[in-house]
Design a protein. Structure first.
Length: 451
């Protein structure tokens, strides 16, 4: 296990909300070595004592469910170095020390190329690793250039392009349910499955993220990375093992099999929209275009949907619908696998029979199977639902990712070619939207989305 962790962007929101609580969770679970040390590197004018006080405050706010002993251990392992990430000498000073180091770039992605180049000049010790948050580049060309720079710094298995969705327990359960149950695998194909919906709909609006979100939008923020990763897990061929090579090879196979979208396909198979004023619960939500920091002329979407098909024998005839939206009436975060109807119903009172649906709840975590059974009257059909209640994970998703980084398990890391293939899938959509081929629809905040 690597014993030195350096966080660039050490006073940012990602560090406060997720990385520090993840370290506390790992300590509480007994999975963090006693010798692990944390160095925070940021531009704020702090010393180590100031930084430890800040960590304690953030853990109280965002990690208060963990015991005081775990939180105090995270505080005790930390020190601080004021660092300008645009200064190669300052970057080199922040990572200086004995033995390999794990460098976490909790920074805006626009800074990645410069920091990676500075780390290359600093000559990281053998066995070091680097961690990057999505998005990996701003387009296909940017992803290729970033991969080139990373390849000059470290071998591929030491580069961790992390997506915390992959470490969520219920996402892992997609693989577990598929591969460990004989009843599912014979049905897991286009002969039996009509559509797979991968949905992340939330009631949250912009919530002060205009500086980031207005330059990205729903398609890049959610579909290009998170939801395409879920598509890979649903559609991949069974890997030989869950090791980094086998698992990631099968994921790349899925992305390569996505049928390219022509301009006509984009017009027919995609939608984009942004929210108008409305009310969600007891909150009045302004129109997206009126939010602080938003440039209305940019035409950023807060709702995006694309329908994809895979050019593979297993998935012939199945539609994969990926959808995400903000400021909606209800939270819906799930993967819904919809099976085809039976060819004949001999029941007298059949009526409209709902399809069988296997639902993987992402947040909250859960597993539900919608079936049809016999109702109260003879030959009457009724809906049935079988639900499994999931035990909460021992450590949060970011805890799993940090542990993988420190121990060197790259299976849940996104490989360089995988990042590029993800951009290949969405670039035709981005180009068609930017040229105005698909209208920017509107929907009231607090509604179900565009009509």
């Amino acid at each position: 296990m690597i014993e030195r962790l350096v966080l660039f962007g050490a006073t940012g929101d990602l560090t406060a909300r997720y990385l520090l609580p993840a370290l506390a969770a790992l300590h509480e679970a007994g999975q963090l070595g006693a010798a692990v040390r944390l160095t925070g590197a940021s531009r704020e004018d702090l010393d180590s004592a100031d930084y430890r006080a800040w960590i304690a405050e953030q853990l109280e706010r965002h990690g208060g469910t963990y015991p005081a002993t775990a939180r105090e251990a995270v505080v005790a392992m930390a020190d601080y170095r004021r660092t300008d990430v645009t200064d190669p000498a300052a970057v080199a000073d922040a990572v200086a020390g004995e033995g390999p180091v794990a460098v976490y770039l909790a920074l805006p992605p626009v800074l990645f190329p410069g920091v990676v180049t500075a780390l290359h000049a600093a000559r990281l010790p053998a066995g070091s690793r680097i961690v990057l948050e999505k998005p990996f580049g701003d387009n296909l060309a940017g992803a290729r250039e970033l991969n080139r720079i990373l390849g000059e710094l470290l071998p591929e298995n030491a580069v961790f392009r992390v997506d915390h969705f992959l470490a969520m327990t219920t996402v892992q359960n997609i693989l577990g349910s598929r591969l460990a149950n004989r009843i599912l695998e014979p049905l897991w194909n286009g002969v039996h499955i009509d559509e797979v919906e991968i949905v992340w709909e939330e009631t949250l609006a912009l919530e002060g993220r205009a500086g980031y979100y207005d330059h990205v939008g729903a398609l890049k923020d959610m579909i290009q990375n998170h939801l395409l990763q879920l598509l890979c897990l649903v559609a991949m061929e069974p890997p030989i093992t869950l090791g980094e090579r086998d698992l990631r090879d099968r994921k790349v196979d899925v992305l390569r099999s996505v049928r390219p979208l022509t301009e006509d396909d984009v017009v027919r198979r995609t939608r984009r929209a942004r929210y108008l004023p409305g009310r969600i619960g007891d909150r009045d939500i302004p129109a997206y275009a009126d939010e602080d920091g938003v440039d209305p002329g940019r035409g950023t979407e807060t709702f995006a949907e694309i329908r994809l098909e895979l050019g593979s024998r297993r998935w012939a005839g199945t539609t994969f619908r990926l959808r995400t939206g903000k400021a909606l009436a209800a939270e819906r975060k799930e993967v819904a696998v919809r099976f085809r109807p039976v060819p004949h119903l001999p029941f007298r009172h059949a009526g409209d029979v709902l399809p069988n649906v296997l639902r993987f709840g992402l947040e909250p975590e859960g597993l539900t199977l919608d079936l049809t059974g016999t109702g109260a009257r003879p030959q009457e059909l009724a809906a049935l639902s079988l639900t499994a209640h999931m035990e909460p994970p021992a450590v949060p998703a970011y805890g799993r990712l940090l542990l993988d980084v420190l121990t060197g398990d790259a299976a849940l890391s996104i490989r360089g070619d995988e990042a590029e293939e993800s951009w290949r899938v969405v670039e035709p959509v981005l180009a068609a939207w930017q040229s105005g081929l698909v209208p920017l629809e509107e929907y009231p905040a607090g509604s179900a989305g565009p009509a």
